[in-house]
Design a protein around this ligand. Structure first.
Ligand SMILES: Cc1cc2nc3c(=O)[nH]c(=O)nc-3n(C[C@H](O)[C@H](O)[C@H](O)COP(=O)(O)OP(=O)(O)OC[C@H]3O[C@@H](n4cnc5c(N)ncnc54)[C@H](O)[C@@H]3O)c2cc1C
Length: 246
């Protein structure tokens, strides 16, 4: 079976992450180890035969074999995210194929460059696979995640990321809240801009490899600003989620 063949995955767990985000664990009859950052295509078929297909990044690390976790944000009027969010239960079958994508991936080899990860909203999902992989294989390459969210309740994986940062001095978590920050928050409260990116870059050793994922506007601003700061284009990998990203 090729990784581009469709297979029927069984939903074995559904975990709420935020009020608008759920993680689905899918057991795969034919599991192919993915690279952190890759995605699966998911296809829904209605009774009349109408089909809708969307891409979802793998949230789990490659070391979690036999299954993948997909983390899905509910989009207003979203055809596929709406169905997954409201209509899918443990035990259901879902058609998926993958892993797909050879560009926005972090192989995570020893001696890798420092990692700058910038995620907006559900754009954190493939970055989380990279961080989980880094943790599972015990790599101590310096890493910083700048996570940009609207409000505290939109921060996906927040508790796990905080615990990771507490346990690992080589990993730094930086949050920016664009609409509403927690009470007493002294950190960033805006969209990423040149001063913010200069500050986070200064917290990493030089010449990082950068992965930027999220809504198109955020990805373009961050990638352009990083390039203007002197990083080579090859050091800046981007993935766009959302309406103009497909
Ligand atoms: C490589 C890749 C990986 C992806 N990984 C993930 C992932 O891990 N988790 C995840 O939740 N999504 C991910 N996405 C986005 C996902 O594929 C869908 O686009 C998303 O779930 C919306 O699909 P839908 O059918 O619910 O909405 P649609 O029915 O396609 O769209 C409904 C309306 O919402 C607008 N819209 C669509 N997407 C967005 C958006 N992201 N933000 C705001 N408005 C939107 C559309 O323009 C339309 O007006 C990924 C996309 C790509 C290309």
């Amino acid at each position: 079976m090729s990784r581009l063949d469709w297979q029927q995955a069984t939903v074995t767990a559904i975990r709420p992450e935020t009020p608008r985000v759920k993680t689905f664990t899918l057991a795969l009859p034919a599991f192919t180890p993915h690279l952190a950052g890759q995605h699966y295509d998911l296809r829904l078929t209605a009774e009349g035969g109408y089909q809708a297909e969307r891409s979802y990044s793998v949230a789990s690390p490659p070391e979690q074999t036999g299954e993948i976790e997909l983390t899905v944000e509910l989009i207003a009027d979203g055809e596929v995210s709406g169905y997954l969010f409201e209509g899918v239960a443990v035990g259901d079958l879902l058609a998926v194929r993958g892993p797909i994508g050879g560009y926005f991936v972090w192989p995570g080899a020893a001696g890798a460059a420092p990692l700058l990860l910038v995620g907006g909203g559900s754009g954190v999902v493939p970055l989380m696979a990279m961080l989980r992989h880094r943790q599972r294989v015990g790599l101590r390459v310096p890493a910083l995640l700048l996570l940009v969210v609207r409000t505290p309740e939109d921060a996906i994986y927040h508790a796990e990321l905080e615990a990771m940062a507490q346990a690992d001095p080589a990993f730094t978590l930086v949050l920016s809240y664009t609409r509403q920050a927690p009470a007493g928050w002294a950190g960033y409260q805006r969209r990423p801009d040149a001063p913010m990116l200069a500050e986070v870059l200064a917290r990493l050793p030089p010449s990082p490899q950068c992965y930027v994922c999220g809504p198109t506007g955020l990805v373009e601003t961050v990638a352009n600003t990083l390039q203007a700061s002197g990083l080579p284009p090859t050091a800046i990998l981007t993935e766009r989620f959302g309406p103009t990203g497909r």
